[in-house]
Design a protein around this ligand. Structure first.
Ligand code: NAD
Length: 365
């Protein structure tokens, strides 16, 4: 693998290989872009087939974080770390703390957080080694469970998409099928029902479906979600649900949900566009989790403030639709452009001379 060639291809800034023989730590921190601020992105713990797959995943995820963070309007750049799982050696405090020391060594260029395979306990261990971590249980002013904030953002993003499709964001009488009634899905169901929507739900987990039914939702079959004649399809379970097979079946006019990587391929965004389906891109509408943790970086977390900030997702979704129309492209592509334009605008802000007390004034004293 030609690492510098890959770094150059998408203008990555830095890749750090972290190794500790005693604890068995093998981790990669990939910093994609810090134009907007320190690079924020979670630590993924995953068993990779080989080192190349781990590096490729770190590259891919770091770049994804740059786009997500930029489009969310927060002042952080994009990065991601992967911790290579050794099936013969369980994840340990030693490994995680060793990782924390490497994060500390980056002196704030990278801020880590929870991701697939890592927990709040892991973040607490990292916090014993560095301040550059969010989502701990021990840090004063730490943010809590992101799901309520994410669900709030999904609700506002969904309303913006409904307005685009139907001319009004009023959900009263609209029909919605929610795929996945987990942490986010169930909270979304509650909000939709309270706005007067007719809600259908599907989940493999009977207990969580039961909770949605108690709220007033109607259970449907797992595969039925794609073919239902409803106004809105809200994918809140898995990725790649919009693929070759489903794009032709979906009858909903709007797709808006929390699941990450909903499109199996960017080309499926074009198919949705051709079919006149309004798609609210996943990383724009599910940015509540990021907005939530960034709130704690500004000196003490405030749930109410975080909730208010995620309501802005409504306007971010509107901006995506405007770019899609301007450039005659799918909303999936427009979401990337929204992020790129923000980074470019910040990078190109007028350069003016700012006297700094450490250089000019020192000489004058
Ligand atoms: P969760 O694990 O609590 O819920 C997912 C639910 O999907 C589970 O109840 C599971 O049984 C169900 N499910 C799995 N396969 C299914 C299938 N084929 N059909 C129907 N249901 C199925 O996860 P969550 O925290 O609610 O997150 C949901 C999605 O949103 C995930 O893709 C996650 O990555 C994404 N997301 C979550 C957050 C957050 O703050 N929690 C933030 C951003 C993105």
């Amino acid at each position: 693998m030609e690492i510098f060639k890959t770094l150059e291809s998408y203008d990555y800034e830095e890749i750090v290989f972290c190794q500790d023989r005693e604890s068995g730590l093998k981790a990669i921190i990939c910093i994609h872009d810090t134009t907007l601020g320190p690079a924020l992105g979670g630590l993924r713990y995953w068993e990779y087939k080989n080192e190349k797959d781990a590096i490729t995943d770190a590259f891919r995820l770091a770049r994804g974080m740059t786009y997500k963070n930029a489009a969310a309007g927060v002042d952080v750049g994009g990065a991601k770390a992967v911790l290579l799982k050794d099936p013969k050696r369980p994840k340990s405090e030693g490994q995680i703390r060793a990782f924390g020391k490497f994060v500390e060594g980056l002196n704030g260029r990278y801020i880590t957080a929870e991701d697939v395979g890592t927990t709040e306990q892991d973040m607490d261990w990292i916090y014993t080694e560095t301040d550059y971590v969010v989502g701990t249980s021990t840090k004063p002013g730490t943010s809590g469970n992101p799901s309520p904030v994410t669900a709030h953002g999904i609700f506002f993003g969904l309303k913006a998409a409904v307005k685009e499709a139907f001319g009004s964001d009023n959900l009263s009488g609209r029909s919605v099928v929610v795929q996945g009634t987990g942490n986010v899905g169930l909270l979304l169901v509650e909000k939709l029902i309270s706005e007067g929507a007719k809600v259908y739900v599907a989940d493999l987990n009977e207990e969580s479906v039961g909770k949605a039914v108690e709220m007033g939702a109607v259970e449907v079959g797992i595969d039925e979600v794609y073919t239902m004649d409803v106004d809105i399809y809200a994918p809140c379970a898995l990725g790649a649900v919009i693929n070759d097979e489903t794009t032709t079946k979906i009858k909903a006019r709007v797709i808006a949900g929390s699941a990450n990587n909903q499109l199996a391929d960017i080309k499926h965004g074009d198919v949705l566009m051709e079919r006149g389906i309004v798609y609210a891109p996943d990383f724009i509408i599910n940015a509540g989790g990021v907005i939530n943790v960034v709130d704690e970086m500004h000196g003490g977390y405030d749930l109410e403030r975080a909730m208010r900030k995620v309501e802005n997702i409504y306007y971010q979704v509107e901006k995506v639709f405007a770019i899609a129309k301007r450039d005659n492209i799918s909303t999936a592509l427009a979401a990337n452009i929204l992020a790129e334009e923000r980074i470019k605008a910040v990078r190109n802000t007028k350069k003016i001379f700012v006297p700094h007390k450490n250089n000019i004034l020192k000489g004058l004293q």
